[in-house]
Design a protein around this ligand. Structure first.
Ligand code: DX5
Ligand code: ZN
Length: 212
């Protein structure tokens, strides 16, 4: 089986102890750090922005997997790239020029990801699979951690996987735990984001391992 990249979401961490909580998942063997950026417009919540990403970059050794849940993401690509993002994932629903923003992200040497919300069909991503490094299938409505996994959204994974070039990362985000992770990896996902399941666990190392 191919490698599955685990990306804990720091949205569920203690923001007053971010460095400590980043080290916790780093020591637990996580691969990437998932950073949820929300603007209060694209989603009804506000989280963190460029300065926090720049500070995280100084203390994290894992690649930063930055999930932009913002309107007009093209305006902020340069700033997030310079702050140290290694992967920048924008939402299909938030842009008009998909190819343009993919090129823009790549022009900074950053990996380009595109995410789709629960109601956006799998077919939407097909024209861009050759250009993208990552496709993120949301299994909750973006905006908050701790929501319930929507199994019907995971059914998009095999449709995408069937058409995907072999290096494409297919990531899933929302309501991931040991059980839902299994569903997603069986469908062909090779990266899992998990917030509450990892950070609210008593044994973070065991929680990370249980996703594999
Ligand atoms: C939701 C965010 C997710 C969230 C996942 O809008 O994109 O990354 O933090 O949290 P859990 O794993 O708790 O559903
Ligand atoms: Zn996310």
């Amino acid at each position: 089986m191919s490698k599955v990249y685990i990306s804990p979401s720091i949205l569920s961490a203690d923001f007053a102890n971010l460095e400590r909580d980043i080290k916790l998942v780093e020591n637990a063997g996580a691969d990437w750090l998932h950073v949820d950026v929300m603007d209060g417009h694209f989603v009804p919540n506000i989280t963190i922005g460029v300065p926090v990403v720049a500070s995280i970059k100084k203390v994290a050794s894992m690649p930063l997997d930055v999930h932009l849940m913002i309107e007009n993401p093209e305006k902020y690509i340069e700033a997030f790239a310079k702050a140290g993002a290694d992967i920048l994932t924008f939402h299909y629903e938030a842009v008009s020029d998909v190819k343009g923003i993919i090129e823009l992200i790549k022009s900074f040497g950053v990996k380009a990801g595109m995410s789709i919300k629960p109601k956006t069909p799998a077919e939407t991503v097909f024209p861009y699979l050759e250009d993208l490094d990552l496709v993120l299938v949301m299994t909750v409505e973006p905006g908050f951690g701790g929501q319930k996994f929507m199994a019907e959204c995971a059914e998009k994974i095999p449709l995408i996987s069937e058409k995907a070039p072999k290096n494409l990362i297919i990531q899933v985000d929302g309501g991931i735990n040991a059980e839902t992770a299994r569903i997603c990896t069986c469908y062909g996902a090779n990266s899992l984001v998990a917030g509450n399941y990892i950070y609210k666990s008593d044994d973070i190392k065991a929680a990370v391992k249980s996703l594999l």
